[in-house]
Design a protein around this ligand. Structure first.
Ligand code: FDA
Length: 532
């Protein structure tokens, strides 16, 4: 057959597609063979390798997929999921990934807001840490080694089993994974008194891009600095963190108090901004804002004050009466309990057995989009009223703003102590979130547009140059790396300075030393200097 000149480019293109498909199938088979071979060499079970042909593949993939939104937009599914039971399998995965150019994603708890641990635009596989989740507590030295596949619930449960006066400061949701959470910060109900999770890391076990297993001493202080808040993925696979536990009183006090617009919510929320970061460090007054139906059936704003005080109620009440009488807190609003019960209280499991903390998949999955901001000057009352208008534009109870107070010990830690830079000068962090169900997913763009519009409106009230954001509330809208090929420093600095401020530059230099070929990468991973 003679190919006419005008059709020639078409056939050339077709041939290119067929050759690249064949070579990608070839790569995939070789990659699988490589994994099997490497696993056999290290005497490992190959039943920790799941391909789409395996009956359990979908359930393993979905069981810790917390946000269905990124997965629903992605055309790629992981070629393989590996659930290593020891480190040699992770080393094998790194080796084969490099050899066949298949992207490696690591997943601990699967709570990444943009699904970066289980979604990719290029062919990829997942190293899922679920089987590496042992926790050992040393009650004499007040330390714990925790493997990164453990969840916060498992960590809290294990500490409480061993001691009534030891605890750890990290996030509220029990199913969040240690791997991603500690790597990006880890804010929780004790953060004003005890800081964030990453502040308490004292050692770690990491597998680097060369497959070497390193601890604090062998990795050196630069890399050890980078993995305490510099974000998951960029520097290697963290297998375990060693943390310093904190000492807490045997009794803590919790309360949830709601005020609506009829009950002066606007004025109380306004006043809260002058109190929340300055009040006693033992007290963390968190605030959730939603549009709800009031008792007369009309829309109103619900301001939900949800708080933890590290001590008895009789010590808490005088503090509230002196510093925040506007809330009108009374003894009947408060409940005393051991710290571990407060974990159930804030996670919405009050009254249930502590065993619920061991359930890794108990939170229902949904579709959501989140964003974050930092507030350095109180938002005026008219600004709050504009926020209420935005909340009322969404359906009842669908969207939420969480105001998480800073101050306390957070103010005392230098911005460069670890990569997490959000310290002195921040009154509170805003977390914006909007969620919807599977049936409503056809309208996902409407919800995403809503949250983007609100975020754009909020620019006038929040930190500027850079507009700070919290890495653990990952948001690809604030910038991302080029997905195929190499990203540039310029591209990465768009989001990098927002998450890490000036620490971003140091992170780039460290990345250059430990992973100059940019093996560990995703849409928001630190690029090496060589990409300047
Ligand atoms: P996931 O497994 O998705 O990992 C997140 C990122 O870290 C990915 O890029 C992944 O590749 C990487 N990573 C994971 N394991 C790694 C490892 N072992 N080594 C290297 N890189 C690794 N935050 C907060 O501060 N306070 C809170 O109270 C909450 N609450 C909360 C509730 C809910 C319902 C959600 C969905 C999220 C939160 N978060 C939070 C945010 C949470 O801290 C953030 O999403 C963490 O990155 C989640 O860590 P996972 O291991 O679960 O995620």
């Amino acid at each position: 057959m003679k190919i006419s000149g005008s059709l020639f480019p078409f056939f050339l293109f077709l041939a290119f597609i067929l050759i690249s498909r064949a070579s990608s199938a070839h790569n995939k088979n070789d990659f699988l063979e490589c994994l099997n071979l490497q696993f056999q060499k290290s005497n490992s079970e190959i039943d920790s390798i799941y391909t789409p042909q395996n009956a359990s593949y979908s359930s393993v993939l979905q069981s810790t997929t917390r946000n269905l939104r990124p997965a629903s937009n992605s055309r790629q599914r992981p070629l393989v999921i590996i659930t290593p039971e020891h480190e040699s399998q992770i080393q094998a995965a790194i080796y084969c990934s490099k050899k066949y150019g298949i992207q490696l994603k690591v997943r601990s708890g699967g709570h990444d807001y943009e699904g970066l641990s289980y979604v990719s635009q290029t062919p990829f596989f997942i190293v899922d840490m679920r089987n590496l989740r042992s926790i050992s507590i040393d009650t004499e030295k007040n330390t714990a080694w925790v493997q990164t596949g453990a969840t916060l619930g498992e960590l809290y449960y294990t500490i409480a089993e061993k001691s009534k006066t030891l605890a750890f400061t990290a996030g509220v949701c029990p199913t969040v994974g240690v791997g991603g959470h500690f790597s990006g910060g880890g804010y929780g109900m004790m953060s004003r008194k005890h800081g964030i999770a990453a502040d308490h890391i004292i050692d770690a076990k990491l597998i680097d891009a060369n497959g070497q297993i390193l601890d604090r001493e062998s990795m050196g202080e630069d890399l050890f600095w980078a993995i305490r808040g510099g974000g998951g993925t960029s520097f290697g696979i963290v297998v375990a963190f060693k943390v310093k536990l904190i000492v807490i009183p045997q009794t803590v006090t919790v309360f949830n108090v709601t005020r609506t617009l009829d009950q002066n919510a606007t004025q109380i929320v306004h006043r809260w901004q002058y109190v929340a970061d300055k009040i006693d460090d033992n007290l963390l007054l968190r605030l959730f804002l939603r549009s709800i139906n009031s008792s007369n059936g009309k829309r109103t704003i619900g301001a939900f004050f949800t708080s933890l005080y590290l001590g008895p109620v009789d010590d808490l009440l005088p503090i509230m009466q002196e510093k925040f009488p506007e809330l009108g807190l009374v003894k009947e609003d408060c409940t005393e309990m051991p710290w571990i019960e407060s974990i159930l209280f804030f996670a919405g499991f009050q009254g249930e057995s502590l065993d619920v903390l061991l359930n890794r998949t108990q939170v229902s999955t949904s579709y959501f989009k989140g964003k974050s901001d930092y507030v350095k000057q109180p938002i005026p009352e008219y600004g709050l009223k504009s926020i209420w208008k935005f909340l009322n534009e969404e359906d009842v109870n669908r969207a939420e703003l969480q105001f998480s107070p800073y101050g306390g010990i957070i103010d005392d830690i230098s911005e460069s102590e670890i990569p997490f830079p959000h310290r002195s000068g921040n009154i509170f962090m805003i977390h914006y979130v909007v969620g919807w169900s599977e049936e409503e997913n056809a309208e996902s763009q409407r919800h995403i547009n809503w949250i983007r519009k609100l975020y754009s409106f909020m620019a006038r009230y929040v930190s500027k140059s850079p507009r700070d954001a919290y890495f653990n509330y990952r948001d690809l809208d604030i910038g991302m790396n080029k997905i195929e090929g190499n990203t540039s420093y310029k591209q990465a600095s768009v989001w990098g300075f927002k998450y890490f401020n000036n620490n971003f530059r140091r992170l780039v230099h460290i990345k250059n030393k430990v992973d100059p070929t940019n093996f560990f990468r995703n849409e928001q991973s630190i690029p090496p200097v060589s990409l300047w």
